[in-house]
Design a protein around this ligand. Structure first.
Ligand code: IMP
Length: 176
């Protein structure tokens, strides 16, 4: 058991289980993209640990970049404008894999897929460590999933609770 901020959490997925599943996800990607060059785009902040361990197991020719979603109020409209910051790579004609820590409602990854697709890549797939299928309202299910989990709050291994707990080396679930 561990405390993060004002809440108690218990281990849900151990560090060993994470590493084993990540190696298997990478092996799957290595096989499916054999002979191709891939651009991995990891979504900050949550995916930093997962992306790091995933990439250590990737044997393809690849580039990796880290992006953040940023929202601002449009000047002329009242709507919120979303943009992707930090990409710095040309994606036209490239095989792209988005790397996420968690797909919950799927709305964030939907927006990122939309923004990345504007650059006309050859393909865009999503690799997520965690997926909450019962919460999902997105348009396309993730292509590579480490663990499908119930709709409960988790923390650790990049995921935060009030920006705390990202440093934990396992995934913890909130104690009810
Ligand atoms: P979405 O609902 O799929 O758009 O997910 C939005 C973001 O919420 C994710 O990228 C995470 O940063 C965060 N999130 C969703 N579920 C959890 C959770 O259980 N723990 C920590 N962060 C979460």
């Amino acid at each position: 058991m561990t405390r993060v901020g004002d809440k108690q959490f218990e281990v849900f997925i151990t560090a060993e289980e994470l590493q084993k599943e990540i190696a298997s996800l990478a092996a799957h990607i290595n096989k499916e993209y054999a002979g191709k060059e891939v651009v991995f785009i990891a979504v900050l902040n949550g995916a930093f640990m997962f992306a790091s361990d995933l990439m250590k197991n990737i044997s393809l020719d690849c580039r990796i970049s880290f992006v953040k979603m940023s929202s601002y109020k449009g000047l002329r409209s009242t709507g919120t404008v979303e943009e992707l910051i930090g990409l710095g790579l040309d994606l036209k004609g490239k095989e792209v894999i988005l790397v996420e820590d968690i797909v919950d409602t799927g709305l964030t990854i939907d927006k990122i897929i939309g923004l990345v697709s504007e650059q006309e890549p050859a393909s865009v797939k999503v690799c997520t460590l965690l997926y909450k299928p019962t919460a999902f309202k997105g348009s396309k299910e993730p292509d590579y999933v480490g663990f499908s989990i119930p709709d409960a709050f988790v923390v650790g291994y990049g995921l935060d609770y009030m920006e705390l707990g990202r440093n934990l080396n396992a995934i913890y679930q909130i104690k009810s």
